[in-house]
Design a protein around this ligand. Structure first.
Ligand code: SAH
Ligand code: SF4
Ligand code: F3S
Length: 478
């Protein structure tokens, strides 16, 4: 299988799960031997770049590493170092190359160390070529389509002293029921679909994640029920475009129908989802959100640009007017909704006038938060070939103006909660000892003095002091 680029070999999900479980057992035996010889447990360090879907897939890889018998640690001086990579913008890419140099020096000191790279960046041919040529000390490389083969690839790597590169061009396979780790005991991401069919002209995701595939609703409900039985009360449904969920299933189901099925799961308290593409956001979804007792009143609705001309070249399939009308409709149905967005600055051909349209939408929509990105040229996307790329200094200057507006608007929006009492899910202790962090249904962070027994619980907190995108608060006795 070394240095092979292959298409999917068709097995059913059940067969594949059994097959991977058998590789987990084989790797377990080998690992136990190595650990005995070393006289200590073997360790791994896993770092995730990119989005929540990558986080979720890293949990699956960590679950398998745990099962094989490796102990997780934060320090990269480990027996196995894994990077789950992202390539959505160039800086995500550069970070990985930057850290590989450091790993090389660690491996010089410990030649038995294994280095594994996987995820989105590895789906790019030029990346794989570079790793083959310049980073021969990397032991295993695989992509996004064959993550479910991790146990098998890992076992092969343990027995080999050659670099293994195994990248698939695509798959329509969804393998259920493999072991998985969870970063939190009380909340969890749940993939509802994989891939993307939208081909926004700046975006590399469809090329590295492949075509859109939805999981069967029964499999999703089963996973959520299992998570709830295991202590989870909040789920985040994940997909690049959740609003087109279920369209390609043999028995099509809408995203709103899926949400209704999940609403019935007893013990589940909060449902979140991302990302919602404005072009596919249905009235049915708005109605479902408005009447639901569990769906959080927070919607991430990426704008990308406020200029209808740019939106067209971006291939977003909506214009400024349609977006604004949609926001108005949502606010009417769910007046307390918290809206957040993503915006790209400096897309090829963006003029000052186009940029002002973006500022105008930001001023009109009242976002609680907006994630702003400088346009990054991604290889083989249509936008990369466009001639009128915006000079860096112009883009940077616009970016700063946008950021200032976003922060000002965000502060105004967030201040609506000042002095109110909100229910928060307590998520972690902050860096400051004794100060805990919780999240309201509006996805707003609140820090307050508390104790560790509150972790994973819902408590009432008074939002005392607004600091823009977070609050300082205090517990309210019930
Ligand atoms: N599927 C989601 C977005 C996934 S990528 C959606 O359609 O909204 C997350 C964000 O990264 C995007 O919303 C976009 O704002 C940003 N992004 C994607 N490609 C980019 C690029 N080439 N340059 C800068 N930002 C980009
Ligand atoms: Fe990228 Fe557009 Fe797909 Fe989002 S919808 S992942 S921005 S191509
Ligand atoms: Fe990055 Fe891949 Fe997510 S490119 S943003 S990790 S889908």
């Amino acid at each position: 299988m070394t240095n092979e680029s292959s298409k999917e070999k068709k097995t059913t999900s059940v067969e594949e799960t059994l097959r991977q479980r058998s590789f987990i057992e084989l790797a377990q035996a080998l690992t136990a031997q190595k650990s005995n010889a070393a006289g200590r447990p073997l360790t791994y360090c896993l770092t995730t770049f990119g989005c929540q879907m990558n986080e979720k897939q890293s949990e699956a890889v960590a679950g398998i590493m745990d099962e094989i018998g490796y102990v997780r640690q934060d320090n990269e001086e480990a027996d196995v170092v894994l990077y789950n990579t992202c390539t959505v913008r160039e800086n995500a890419n550069l970070k990985v190359y930057g850290r590989l140099g450091h790993l090389h020096s660690l491996k010089d000191r410990n030649p038995d160390m294994k280095i594994i790279l996987f995820g989105c960046m590895m789906q790019e041919q030029h990346v794989v070529d570079k790793i083959r040529k310049s980073y021969p000390f990397v032991d295993l490389v695989f992509g996004t389509h064959n993550i479910f083969k991790f146990a098998e690839l890992f076992y092969e790597m343990l027995q080999s002293d050659q670099q293994i590169i195994n990248i698939w061009e695509g798959t329509d396979q969804i393998v259920e029921d493999l072991p998985t780790e969870r970063n939190y005991t009380f909340k969890s991401g749940v993939n509802i679909m994989f891939g993307c069919n939208n081909f926004c002209s700046y975006c590399i995701v469809p090329y590295v994640r492949g075509r859109e595939r939805s999981r069967e609703p029964e499999a999703i409900v089963k996973e959520v029920k299992r998570l709830v039985a295991d202590g989870v009360s909040e789920v985040m449904l994940l997909g690049q475009n959740v609003n087109s969920y279920g369209k390609t299933l043999e028995h099509p189901v809408t995203f709103a129908q899926l949400l209704e099925m999940l609403e019935d799961v007893e013990g589940l308290k909060r449902i979140r989802f991302m990302t919602s593409h404005p072009k596919d956001l249905s009235d049915e979804l708005i109605e479902t959100m408005a009447k639901s007792k569990k769906i959080c009143h927070h919607l991430h609705l990426p704008l990308q640009s406020g200029s209808s001309r740019i939106l067209k070249i971006m291939n977003r399939c909506y214009d400024k007017e349609k977006y604004l009308n949609l926001v108005e409709k949502i606010r009417k149905a769910i007046p307390d909704i918290s809206l957040t967005t993503d915006i790209i600055v400096g897309f090829p051909g963006e003029t000052e006038e186009d940029f002002r349209e973006t500022l105008d939408v930001v001023a009109k929509c009242g976002y609680d938060t907006a994630f702003t990105f400088l346009y990054s040229k991604r290889s083989d996307t249509p936008a990369a070939a466009m001639e009128n790329q915006v000079p860096q200094d112009v883009a940077k200057e616009r970016f700063n103006r946008l950021l200032a507006l976003v922060q000002k608007e965000g502060r105004t929006r967030s201040s609506r909660f000042e002095a109110s009492v909100q229910e928060v899910l307590v998520e972690e202790e902050s860096k400051e000892k004794g100060i805990f962090t919780g999240r309201t249904e509006y996805n707003l962070l609140v820090h307050f003095p508390g104790s560790a027994d509150l972790l994973g619980k819902y408590v009432k907190v008074s939002l005392d002091e607004c600091h823009g995108f977070y609050y300082m608060g205090s517990l309210v006795e019930e």
